[in-house]
Design a protein around this ligand. Structure first.
Ligand SMILES: Cc1cc2nc3c(=O)[nH]c(=O)nc-3n(C[C@H](O)[C@H](O)[C@H](O)COP(=O)(O)OP(=O)(O)OC[C@H]3O[C@@H](n4cnc5c(N)ncnc54)[C@H](O)[C@@H]3O)c2cc1C
Ligand code: SF4
Length: 339
């Protein structure tokens, strides 16, 4: 691990002063915030991230870890721990997809440490990104090529890829946020702003090292989830190689508004198969106004993966993703909704 300066920020203003590095955060040596450290410290030990300064933001927990549920919806502080949110009885009842996406992630120990803000900013698990003995990784070293294209790419993405990077976005919580129309609140040197969570992540295109639309040094402060009338009929289905402590091969976060046996409204987000938390808007449009019969579900799943491209080892993800989505929609339709 490369030596670095450690600084503990007592409030957001202090965090922003140090977090606002003179280099873009995509550069490996840019300053980094430290929340739970479960991604950052791993990558520092691997020499993949080599920040000059680490700004510990855990003192902000006093003000930025609240879980607030009101008539307008749910507000989750970015420093809230994954386990605290997953264990909340109110969230489990009213926003099940949120609780499930967190509960099915990582391990109990990691969920106790890891924050929501750090979760959505976790980096890809692409083996070539995490192993610096491979020189060709455009995400780690821009312009160096992509080892995964010709290498082992079983875990890689089939949606949102580019010639320069096919790395999968590994998280689960991000899909739940998209399925419930969440907004993200951020604070930077220019003040505060909020925008749809679906706009936080960037597809790789020709610059895979730039992963988000955050401005230099911006701090994520909270996530807000509106009181969608059908948030109670939402779920997260995660398919993986083993049933715990494993990243998704394919996942689906769905929320369903039913009128009798017809779908009045729906949200669909896919994980494990795409370079960013992926909203399947075409699939949603196909399902609105229809029943959940087998033919419709086949059309919906085909629409969700219409632009999918496999790269050899991961070809199976197209069919697996379709089946995961179909099963998630059927399970959501069959849910008993608590009053
Ligand atoms: C073995 C293992 C298995 C895992 N399995 C899963 C899984 O199945 N599903 C899943 O979703 N995740 C999984 N994870 C990832 C885990 O959930 C993340 O490591 C964790 O959520 C990151 O949160 P953190 O608070 O520890 O972030 P940190 O490591 O502290 O920070 C991560 C990044 O986010 C930045 N950051 C942190 N907070 C903020 C903020 N408020 N504003 C701006 N920037 C910020 C940091 O600068 C850093 O770049 C796994 C991790 C491990 C180690
Ligand atoms: S898929 Fe992306 S992260 Fe993985 S080696 Fe290629 S450029 Fe690097």
């Amino acid at each position: 691990m490369q030596p670095f300066v450690y600084s503990r920020a007592e409030d957001a203003a202090a965090a922003l002063r140090n977090g606002n590095a003179s280099l873009p955060s995509a550069v490996e040596s840019a300053n980094q915030y430290l929340a739970g450290g479960t991604t950052l410290v791993d990558l520092m030990k691997l020499n993949v991230m080599r920040p000059r300064m680490v700004v510990d933001i855990n003192a902000l927990e006093k003000t930025a870890a609240q879980i607030e549920l009101g008539a307008q919806g749910l507000r989750l502080g970015a420093l809230a721990r994954m386990s605290a949110v997953a264990d909340s009885a109110d969230i489990r009842k009213n926003f099940p997809v949120i609780a499930q996406s967190l509960e099915l992630a990582a391990s109990a120990q990691i969920r106790n440490m890891a924050s929501l803000g750090g979760n959505v900013l976790q980096r890809t698990r692409c083996i070539y990104f995490r192993d610096t003995s491979y020189p060709n990784c455009n995400k780690r070293t821009p312009g160096s090529g992509c080892a995964a294209l010709e290498g082992i790419n079983r875990m890689h993405a089939v949606l949102g890829t580019s010639r320069d990077c096919i790395a999968t976005y590994p998280g689960d919580f991000g899909q739940a946020l998209i399925a419930l129309d969440a907004q993200v609140e951020v604070q930077g040197q220019d003040g505060k702003r909020a925008f749809p969570f679906a706009q936080l992540h960037r597809q790789p295109g020709a610059s895979p090292h730039i992963e988000t639309t955050l401005k230099e040094g911006e701090l994520i402060t909270a996530f807000t989830i509106p009181a969608l009338p059908f948030a109670k009929r939402s779920l997260y289905l995660k398919i993986r190689d083993r049933s715990s402590y494993e990243f998704a091969l394919a996942s689906a976060a769905v929320a369903l508004d039913l009128e009798g046996d017809k779908v009045r409204d729906v949200r669909i987000a896919l994980g494990g198969v795409a370079t960013v938390p992926w909203r399947a808007a075409d699939a949603e449009a196909r399902l609105k106004g229809k029943g959940l019969d087998d033919q419709t579900l086949t059309e919906v799943a085909n629409a969700a993966f219409a632009g999918a491209t496999g790269h050899g080892h991961n070809d199976f993800k197209v069919e697996l993703g379709k089946r995961t989505l179909t099963r998630a929609l059927k399970q959501a339709a069959a849910m008993e909704i608590p009053t």
